[in-house]
Design a protein around this ligand. Structure first.
Ligand SMILES: Cc1ncc(C[n+]2csc(CCOP(=O)(O)OP(=O)(O)O)c2C)c(N)n1
Ligand SMILES: [Mg+2]
Length: 369
């Protein structure tokens, strides 16, 4: 295992070389991290109230997600594994699209064909992702190879969790990336758990970073609750990839504070003491202490930002909640240039049943997961 890359102690003091970032950039980084916390708070409440179907939070992972993605250029790509929606917002996904996707309403750019919480955004190079663990890894590697063959100056950041390191996609993607020296950075967010399987049960290796050696690339362990360390190591890995020196595996060591998703009860498989230990290493608090020490924040700044963020999010929730549902006919559109006869017949039968039995109402039925 490599020494853990760290820039900030939990008390906000510097213990390593920080990345070059202007005061405005540092403040922006914190705001993007805080937005994840605020958004998760609201989404979980909406889910508990039965107003949206599903949510997977990123509480505790804010530094890993934002610190690393902050280093990307707009022309780079982010292949999401699961919880990187906050990075999509930072890179240009409109808040309205984020929340529309949570409602799967008429404004949902996935047209209701994804589970909620599965974002995509063309403009910020954030491809649609799949719940099937690890499948984005070979997709991202293929896109990175295409960029290399076309001589494009872009790097593909491929995100995944500790659980995905046991997938076929991880092995085949990492192997091809190493052999072809593609411009990619693999970002493993090791948050301690893959639903109820702990990282210690997932591998006998000391760290997931050790796996990089088998694919001929560097593997670097990073303190994933340290936004500045995540940004610095990501910048280094991106520079290597951009210069044609091939991929790196970054392992951002952090902790999933909440359940795997709104359908999970983590008290069934882990100790409260472990959660408390990691809560004391909160990434927002650590970064806030640094910003206060640097006189970029006062003790009141976080509360002000929080109020602003909640106001923006709440206004958008009201707007999206009153939007109509996705039109039923979209069920049969977009595959063929013209809807073929057999689909028209099925659709008409479906509408007839819906009219006989009544259309579904908001909140009907239980989410199956
Ligand atoms: C191929 C496959 N197997 C199993 C699942 C069920 N599943 C959904 S998420 C998950 C765990 C993911 O853990 P990790 O990769 O560590 O990401 P995290 O949820 O911790 O962010 C599993 C096993 C799946 N979606 N796909
Ligand atoms: Mg995990």
């Amino acid at each position: 295992m490599s020494a853990l890359a760290q820039v900030l102690e939990q008390d906000g003091l510097l213990v390593g070389e920080p990345p070059q970032l202007s005061p405005d950039e540092l403040r922006a980084m914190f705001r993007h991290m805080l937005r994840i916390r605020c958004m998760d708070d609201r989404m979980l409440k909406l889910q508990r109230a039965g107003r949206i179907g599903f949510v997977g939070t990123a509480k505790g992972l804010e530094a890993a997600i934002i610190g690393s993605a902050f280093a990307l250029e707009p022309r780079d790509w982010l292949w999401s594994g699961l919880r990187e929606g906050g990075a999509a917002l930072m890179r240009g996904l409109p808040l309205s699209e984020y929340i529309a996707q949570m409602y799967c309403n008429a404004n949902d750019s996935a047209k209701g064909r994804q589970m909620c919480n599965h974002f995509q955004h063309k403009g910020s190079h954030y491809p649609s992702w799949s719940s099937v663990i690890g499948t984005q890894i070979p997709h991202g590697v293929g896109a990175a190879l295409a960029a290399k063959l076309r001589g494009l100056d872009e790097v593909h950041a491929i995100y995944f969790g500790d659980g995905a390191t046991s997938s076929n996609g991880f092995h085949s993607g990492m192997n091809c990336a190493g052999v072809w020296k593609v411009p990619a950075v693999f970002v493993c967010i090791d948050n301690g758990w893959a639903i109820s399987v702990s990282s210690r049960q997932q591998t006998a290796a000391e760290s997931f970073a050790d796996k990089a050696a088998a694919y001929g690339m560097p593997g670097i362990d990073v303190d994933g609750n340290d936004a500045l360390a995540c940004c610095r190591e990501m910048r280094r890995a991106l520079a290597q990839a951009r210069a044609g020196h091939g991929p790196t595996l970054l392992v951002l060591k952090t902790y999933r504070i909440m359940g795997h998703s709104s359908s999970d009860d983590p008290t069934k498989y882990r100790d409260a003491a472990e959660v408390e230990r990691w809560s004391a290493r909160d990434p927002l608090e650590r970064f806030e202490r640094f910003l206060i020490a640097r006189k970029l924040f006062t003790d009141a700044t976080r509360a002000q930002l929080e109020a602003e963020l909640f106001a923006e999010i709440d206004a958008e929730i009201h707007a999206q909640e009153s939007a109509p549902p996705m039109a039923l006919r979209t069920l049969v559109e977009d595959v063929y240039a013209e809807v073929p006869r057999h689909l028209r017949v099925q659709y008409n039968r479906f509408v007839a049943v819906a009219e006989r039995l009544g259309h579904a109402q908001k909140g009907d039925g239980a989410f199956p997961l």
